[in-house]
Design a protein around this ligand. Structure first.
Ligand SMILES: [Mg+2]
Length: 256
């Protein structure tokens, strides 16, 4: 009997330790990705490269445009860098959305490399710019202030379209087309920023949508790297607080 009580106590203790450890483990997984975004020149180079390509595509489209052109971009991890928020999660051990509102209202997110120069160029060429983001509409003022602080062009309530009812950006993209504009380019870190075709939760279906649209990447769709979060991670169960060795098996990694 004594042995049994002892055994149960040990188990309860281990289980309590494990629960305490779990949240931290989630964020430790994100440390390497966050270091990459904040400290690897390769990350900065990739973002700069994406916007250099965007400029070339825009120049080409301007030569043949028959309608006024628009550029549609996402904000988070496309125009503004929220890696300090990811870093705080790792260091202080908490989950999204804790402190997210506080971070947004600090209006302190820095520009993603290449984005400001590209948008200032597009603006000078007479392109209409739409920032379509799933930040909540209550954060509109803070988001506009953050963008204006760095001189992002056309960052006003007519061109910054945040989430009001639906996470799908399709309706908001349609309002751009309804204004008689042709969308020259879609720029984002999530394929859902480009087209509703990617708005599927199943991992395989999302990959199929990628293959069906492969020819548009680099000519209509420009993608920014984001290794810290995204639908790709949700689809593989990376936000599950019970992430463990079982989850590693489910991630379906390709090994030799
Ligand atoms: Mg984004």
């Amino acid at each position: 009997m004594k042995k049994l009580v002892y055994g149960i106590s040990i188990l309860l203790f281990l289980s309590a330790c494990n629960q305490k450890q779990t949240p931290k483990n989630i964020h430790i997984r994100n440390t390497m990705a966050t270091v990459f975004v904040q400290q690897a020149p390769e990350y900065k180079a990739l973002a700069t490269q994406a916007y250099a390509l965007a400029r070339m595509v825009l120049d080409n489209q301007l030569k043949t445009a028959t309608k006024p052109l628009a550029v549609v971009l996402d904000i988070d991890e496309t125009v503004l860098d929220n890696s300090p928020y990811q870093a705080k999660q790792i260091v202080e051990n908490f989950n999204y959305p804790t402190h997210w509102n506080e971070w947004i209202t600090s209006e302190n997110a820095q520009p993603i490399p290449g984005s400001l120069a590209f948008l200032q160029y597009a603006n000078a060429k007479g392109i209409v710019i739409f920032y379509i983001s799933n930040r909540k509409n209550k954060n509109l003022k803070a988001t506009i202030n953050n963008l204006q602080k760095f001189g992002y062009p056309q960052a006003d309530s007519a061109h910054v379209l945040l989430k009001t009812t639906t996470s799908s950006k399709e309706e908001r993209r349609q309002t751009v087309i309804d204004q008689g504009l042709e969308i020259a380019l879609f720029i984002g870190d999530n394929l859902d920023d480009m087209s509703a075709e990617f708005e599927v939760d199943d991992y395989n279906k999302r990959e199929e949508a990628y293959y069906a649209n492969q020819h548009k990447f680099g000519s209509k769709y420009i993608v920014l790297p984001n290794p810290t979060y995204g639908k790709w991670a949700i689809n593989r169960g990376f936000y599950n607080p019970k992430f463990n060795q079982d989850s590693v098996a489910k991630a379906n990694l390709n090994t030799f």
